[in-house]
Design a protein around this ligand. Structure first.
Ligand code: GDP
Ligand code: ZN
Length: 339
């Protein structure tokens, strides 16, 4: 049995790098995927067996993940899907000249929810009108993202910003790039590597990005660790994301602990410490607005899910069973089984 790490995942078999060097294509051991549909993802540490005369290795065990990126289905039709594991930092990428605030605040919560370090990268800075425009957007995003998040600016025509990104991916670490297709993630990877290793997305006439690939890969960064571009992260599920919101807005939650009412909605209640902080200029109004939108959204989602459950006559305690059931059904239909 050899220790290895999954470095690439595409439609085929996971590619792993063994501790002692070689790259091996692998399949999953039957016993591994039988019970709960466990699949290795990029970044996973695994134990592989390479039987003599066999052209593929066999992943026998996936070691416990310190961190995982999970895509959740708000409707709970599918089981949560793990996208990457054991990374240290998440870069949330948004185009500087076209920041989508509602999307950014969701991406920040998802990034925080993983427990990794979080950094915002504003891309394509050359499309800004001038230096003032750059500074203005950067300050607005900083106010929104809060005191714990660094916000960097990069541009294809200015290597200095890229060096700041590189400095945050030290040797031995893994960084994940999160952001809508077309925001410039592949271009950033190519700048970090200094070569075109990642195929970029041609911008369509309607300005929207397009998916070119579904593969995920740990790309080595010269003088640093690894970077994983995450294409195809659609429908960022905000699904009872209270933990993520708590982490992304820890400063706000700390303030909220001092509100007079424990269930303060920070709307018009008397003795609201959060609103007081906004009025005193200690909490950025845009950050407060984001917090309220996200809290309201998860409350609404929860409400709707509970309503749907009631309609189905299902009790909360039945959820586990139904999840297990759907797991079995899905695996039965899976074409990627061994043997
Ligand atoms: P991804 O889908 O997030 O990986 O985005 P890509 O890296 O493929 O970039 C999408 C499009 O934006 C491509 O046409 C790139 O050439 C373009 N692009 C990327 N970075 C920059 C930049 O710094 N400035 C400008 N003007 N265009 C960029
Ligand atoms: Zn309050």
């Amino acid at each position: 049995m050899r220790k290895a790490r999954v470095v690439k995942l595409d439609r085929g078999y996971p590619l792993v790098r063994c501790e002692d060097g070689p790259l091996v294509r692998c399949e999953h051991a039957t016993a591994l995927v039988k019970g709960d549909e466990l699949r290795a993802v990029v970044g996973d540490f695994v134990e592989v067996d390479v039987p003599r005369g066999h052209d593929k290795g066999i992943i026998e065990r996936i070691l416990p993940r310190t961190r995982a990126f999970v895509r959740k289905d708000p409707a709970e039709r599918a089981l949560p899907q793990v996208l990457a594991a054991n990374f240290d930092r998440v870069f949330v990428a948004q185009p500087l000249a076209d920041v989508n605030v509602r999307r950014l605040e969701r991406e920040l919560v998802l990034a925080y929810e993983t427990g990794a370090q979080v950094t915002v990268v504003l891309t394509k800075a050359d499309l800004a009108e001038d230096e003032r425009h750059v500074a203005e957007v950067r300050d607005r995003v900083r106010a929104l993202a809060g005191p714990d998040v660094r916000t960097l600016v990069v541009s294809a025509d200015d290597p200095s910003g890229v060096e700041e990104v590189r400095a945050l991916i030290p040797e031995g670490s893994v960084a994940v790039l999160l952001g809508k297709s077309g925001v410039g993630k592949s271009s950033l990877v190519n700048m970090l590597v200094g070569a075109d290793v990642q195929e970029t997305t041609p911008v369509r006439e309607d300005g929207k990005g397009r998916h070119t690939t579904v593969s995920r890969e740990m790309v080595p960064v010269p003088g640093g660790g690894f970077v994983v571009d995450m294409p195809g992260v659609r429908g960022l599920g905000m699904w009872e994301a209270d933990a993520g919101i708590g982490a992304a807005f820890s400063d706000v939650e700390k303030l909220a602990a001092n509100c007079r009412f424990r269930d303060c909605r920070h709307a018009d209640e008397p003795g609201c410490a959060v609103r007081a902080a906004v009025e005193a200029g200690e909490l950025a109004p845009e950050r407060f607005a984001s917090y309220r939108v996200l809290k309201q959204e998860t409350a609404d989602l929860r409400e709707r899910r509970e309503e749907a459950r009631r309609m189905r006559g299902e009790k909360a305690s039945d959820r586990k069973k139904s999840a297990a059931r759907s797991g079995r059904t899905r695996k039965g239909g899976s074409k990627r089984r061994r043997g």
